[in-house]
Design a protein around this ligand. Structure first.
Ligand code: UDP
Ligand code: MG
Length: 304
């Protein structure tokens, strides 16, 4: 059986086309399949539209979360629910072509691979956003040492064994592409061009995107701590040079050097300390979140 997981948040405009295209692909691949739509607390008529399609096609299933928990939690909910032997992940905005599942499925089915992810050879998104995303990917792959994920995202398919491995990682601050790369197994990629979303605005706010980038960097790299360390070392070097200058000018009788040098060094060291406290605070907060161990999501209702 094939399960495809599709997180949806206020996607009522696109849902019909999504289902039609996805269904056309799946029908050919396997008679036994399910499309698991995870409704991440949509406020529009997304669920209603999906349920309408469900009337003709019982393979369409809906998992309604109790509120908006975010993209990562929604996908996780779908993965925990899916019953298939092969599990595909795709966004509902048709930026990634569902037709590619055919190729992914073939690769998995031949038995040589456990995970196949979509590799973006090009992106058609808006200039500014594309620049931000690409900068993040470059920084992330450098900082985390996970090099195979620079051009991959959530769009992927895996077998059950890989899914169980992915789900066994219970951390709360999740960045799924990172976890997928981390877990190993036999992975491969298929190439495609990532389109701009077919209609409507992005449902991930810039804030959510930055938070996701933060989750990725904090949980897969030492970059923030490194940054502190380097800035601290730089501070020491600068203070040493300044110290020498102060001493020399004292000896040569250029003094009084008073107020300005003192205040500048206080400001400088103070701001470095505050930055470091902020970074440490971020780690403490993350440890706190993990130890609270709250569920990632709650399911309000399932249509199955
Ligand atoms: N999404 C979600 N919960 C959210 C935000 C988005 O389930 O809080 C879904 C959304 O419906 C879409 C996918 O996650 O299917 C990716 O969102 P979007 O396309 O808006 O993100 P982008 O591609 O702009 O990063
Ligand atoms: Mg999108």
């Amino acid at each position: 059986m094939i399960s495809i997981i599709i997180p949806v948040y206020n996607e009522s405009e696109l849902i019909d086309e999504m289902i039609t295209r996805l269904d056309a692909v799946l029908v050919v691949l396997k008679e036994d399949y399910e499309m698991v739509f995870v409704d991440d607390g949509s406020e529009d008529d997304t669920v209603y539209k999906i349920l309408q399609r469900r009337e003709q096609n019982a393979n369409v299933k809906v998992l309604s979360l109790s509120r908006n928990f975010g993209h990562q939690a929604a996908i996780t909910a779908g993965m925990e629910y899916a019953k298939g032997d092969y599990i595909g992940l795709i966004d509902s905005d048709l930026q990634d072509p569902p037709e590619l599942f055919e190729q992914m499925y073939d690769l998995l089915n031949m038995g040589n691979y456990d995970v196949v992810s979509g590799f973006r050879t090009d992106r058609q998104e808006k200039e500014g956003k594309r620049f931000l995303i690409q900068s993040f990917h470059r920084l992330f792959s450098q900082a985390s040492g996970l090099h195979d994920i620079e051009q991959t995202g959530h769009f992927s398919m895996m077998n059950r064994q890989a899914l169980m491995a992915l789900l066994s990682m219970k951390e709360k601050n999740r960045y799924l592409p990172g976890l997928r790369s981390f877990m190993g197994f036999r992975q491969t990629q298929v190439e495609y061009t990532r389109q701009d979303r077919l209609s409507g605005e992005s449902k991930m706010s810039i804030r959510q995107l930055f938070r996701l980038a933060g989750d990725a960097l904090f949980s897969f790299s030492k970059l923030p701590l490194r940054f502190c360390l380097y800035l601290g070392l730089l501070g020491i070097v600068v203070s040493l040079i300044a110290g020498v200058y102060v001493l020399v000018s004292k000896v040569l009788g250029w003094a009084p050097l008073g107020w300005s040098s003192t205040t500048i060094s206080i400001y400088f060291l103070g701001s470095i300390q505050l930055t470091f406290l902020g970074v440490l605070g971020e780690y403490v907060f993350r440890i706190y979140k993990e130890s609270q161990n709250r569920p990632l999501y709650f399911i309000r209702k399932t249509y199955d």
